[in-house]
Design a protein around this ligand. Structure first.
Ligand SMILES: N[C@@H](CCC(=O)N[C@@H](CS)C(=O)NCC(=O)O)C(=O)O
Length: 205
């Protein structure tokens, strides 16, 4: 059985939602950030990066949200979470998810995790100050250029949807009013009403 390591209110939510949408058989294991469990030897054996998510499969352990999402889609083809036979469409999904992972998530991390990039308190404060501006710029691009509607990629739910939902739940905490992005906000509300999303959100609460 798959084992899925997560912490609430983190990017791990995206993979958790995809597992549930896929109808996967998995055990969800909570990593307690308040106790810094992600940095303890037991967890570092699972993910030496000291981060969530991590997915333990029968062939080894996967980390990195875009990789885990794609693995879930490929191993649960009946759930139709990605157009597995269309290289170009798959490339578009990977491009979107890579943007969330490498740009939007990293821009967000400058608020809670500024110490990764600087030691100087003033530099850390300055990074925090820039977060609303940077995140708003990312979401303007998503709203105006990337989001097809009604789902991220168009007519079908894909692994891009739980990932956008997850990152969009951080907007208020990042100091950005989601009302500026009506398509993203309507998507967030629609996604939150899906039965699989409701189950995961209740399980993570
Ligand atoms: N690129 C990774 C990022 C993973 C990541 O940064 N996870 C955060 C939570 S959103 C984490 O575990 N942080 C723990 C820490 O920094 O101590 C992914 O997309 O999966």
């Amino acid at each position: 059985m798959l084992k899925f390591y997560f912490a609430p209110q983190t990017c791990a939510l995206a993979s958790h939602l995809a597992l549930e949408e896929a109808g996967a058989v998995y055990e969800a294991i909570r990593v307690d950030f308040a106790k810094e469990e992600q940095r303890k030897p037991d967890y570092l054996k699972i993910n030496p990066k000291g981060r969530v998510p991590a997915l333990v499969t029968d062939r080894g352990i996967l980390t990195e949200t875009p990789a885990i999402l794609f693995y879930i889609a490929q191993t649960h083809p009946a759930a139709n979470l990605a157009p597995l036979n269309d290289a170009f469409e798959l490339g578009r999904i990977q491009a979107f998810n890579s943007y969330l992972c490498s740009t939007v998530h990293v821009a967000h991390a400058h608020k809670p995790r500024g110490y990764r990039w600087a030691d100087d308190a003033a530099a850390i404060a300055e990074m925090k100050r820039k977060v609303p501006e940077n995140i708003a710029a990312c979401f303007a691009l998503i709203e105006d250029e990337m989001f097809a509607g009604p789902f991220v990629m168009g007519d079908n739910f894909t692994i891009a949807d739980p990932y956008l939902f997850t990152i969009a739940t951080w907007l208020e905490g990042d100091g950005v009013d989601p009302a500026q992005f009506p398509k993203v906000l309507a998507h967030r509300n629609r996604m939150a009403a899906r039965p699989a999303f409701r189950r995961v959100l209740a399980a993570q609460a």
